[in-house]
Design a protein around this ligand. Structure first.
Ligand code: SF4
Length: 152
């Protein structure tokens, strides 16, 4: 069993109420090979919600208290991001997830790139908060782009 970002399976849980459907991911869920997770909703944030970015570092820095997650208007949602990550980690442990497929570039789910905190679409190398926590605990996290390489 694997875990996948809910938005990749077609759930409308993105900050703007839309999804990021990847048909193969939806098929894995329908075939009961994958469970969906949305760390931002699981951390208590509503949908739609204000976009947020990591300010001053990466997901690992957020976990270590060296960076924060702020919305565009400056609301601190660091606590919600960490709570959501912890819930995803609990499920990953419960089902002993073989690997986890998360949406690239998200401040929660990004696995190799995130936005730089300027809300100007600038990307930097780094991972989101949930990805950082899962990897710290030994889980393999890949993006939807890497999943395509794995399956086809
Ligand atoms: Fe939820 Fe992650 Fe998708 Fe954002 S990228 S909507 S946190 S599953």
């Amino acid at each position: 069993m694997i875990l996948v970002s809910a938005c990749l399976a077609g759930e409308e849980c993105r900050y703007d109420g839309k999804h990021n459907l990847v048909e193969k991911v939806r098929a894995l869920v329908e075939e009961n090979q994958a469970r969906i997770v949305c760390p931002e909703e699981w951390g208590g944030l509503s949908t739609p919600r204000e976009p947020a970015e990591i300010i001053g570092g990466t997901g690992e820095d957020v976990l270590n208290g060296r960076a924060k997650v702020l919305t565009r208007t400056g609301q601190d949602v660091t606590k919600e991001y960490i709570q959501g990550a912890e819930k995803v980690l609990a499920l990953a442990k419960e089902i002993d997830a073989e690997y986890v497929v998360l949406k690239e570039r998200s401040p929660s789910c990004g696995s190799s790139m995130i936005y730089d905190g300027s809300f100007s679409h600038q990307r930097i190398p780094g991972e989101g908060v949930t990805t950082a926590l899962l990897r710290k605990e030994g889980f393999k996290v890949i993006s939807e782009e890497e999943l395509a390489d794995l399956l086809f």
